[in-house]
Design a protein around this ligand. Structure first.
Ligand SMILES: [Zn+2]
Ligand SMILES: [Zn+2]
Length: 263
């Protein structure tokens, strides 16, 4: 029987048990952010045991180092045909570049007609096969990461109904689908799809940088069990998650300096 599990699936960290929450930010800015309320039945944290991520755990998980701290992030459109879909992806690339400062390059689309039949379950595509056999081989050695983006519905394997996105931190690969985000035939409908797409790609992008789910604040890195729960979370990154990223960026810079001294 196929389970209904419409979640943001995070290969590297969703199921790991953590010892203690991330170190708390003491900035005054933190007071402006909403903390998460007690999880209700059906919500992600009601069903998942997540204890947060320490700085040390983040340092172990992040693929960012002095070699790729300023590298390019790639988006691979998968089975993207229509102009309005390319337009959405271009807006996502602009958003990620603007917010995170990394260069984002959109690659040419790969047509699903080229995929073997076992990639399909009816109209759905197997995201694990896409990650393993299509996306990973295209990862440039020094790239920050590569994320597939598709209008096709995706599922990671038997036992899953579908997922919105999936990421593997250690390997710097990920995929996001906007098949369930609605139509985009009017300006307001397109804006809703774009907002959802930005939220999910940001979420997966941050996983790919080494961050795990946030359990402290209302944050784009909260796990989601449904589209409704995903819609309720903000598209912004909270102070604690932001602090983790800034620390590793600083660490990369220091490592770079250290290497310079050795040389
Ligand atoms: Zn996630
Ligand atoms: Zn957060």
């Amino acid at each position: 029987m196929i389970l209904l599990l419409p979640v943001l699936y995070f290969t590297a960290g969703c199921s790991n048990h953590r010892n203690q929450p991330a170190e708390s930010s003491t900035t005054q800015l933190a007071e402006l952010y909403d903390t998460l309320s007690t999880p209700q039945p059906g919500e992600w944290l009601y069903e998942q045991q997540e204890l947060g991520q320490t700085l040390e755990e983040f340092r172990e998980d992040t693929p960012i180092d002095s070699n790729n701290a300023e590298a390019t992030f790639y988006i691979l459109p998968i089975d993207i045909i229509h102009e309005e879909e390319f337009s959405l992806i271009a807006d996502v690339a602009t958003y990620l570049t603007t917010i995170f400062g990394y260069e984002v390059t959109v690659l040419p689309s790969i047509n699903a007609q080229l995929f073997p039949t076992h990639y399909f379950r009816d109209e759905q595509l197997n995201s694990q096969l896409l990650l393993d056999e299509i996306i990973r081989p295209l990862l440039e050695k020094d790239a920050l990461g590569i994320m597939g983006l598709t209008q096709r519905d995706i599922y990671p394997g038997d036992g899953w109904n579908f997922v919105f996105g999936q990421a593997n931190t250690k390997e710097k690969i990920g995929i996001t689908s906007f098949a369930r985000y609605g139509d985009y035939d009017t300006d307001s409908a397109r804006q809703l799809v774009l907002n959802r797409l930005i939220k999910t790609t940001t979420h997966e992008f941050l996983h790919m940088l080494g961050l795990q789910h946030c359990i402290q604040y209302a944050c784009v890195l909260n796990g989601s069990n449904s589209l409704d729960e995903s819609d309720k979370k903000p598209s912004i990154i909270c102070p604690e998650c932001k602090e983790l990223i800034s620390k590793i960026t600083l660490a990369s810079f220091l490592r770079l300096r250290s290497l310079s001294f050795v040389a």
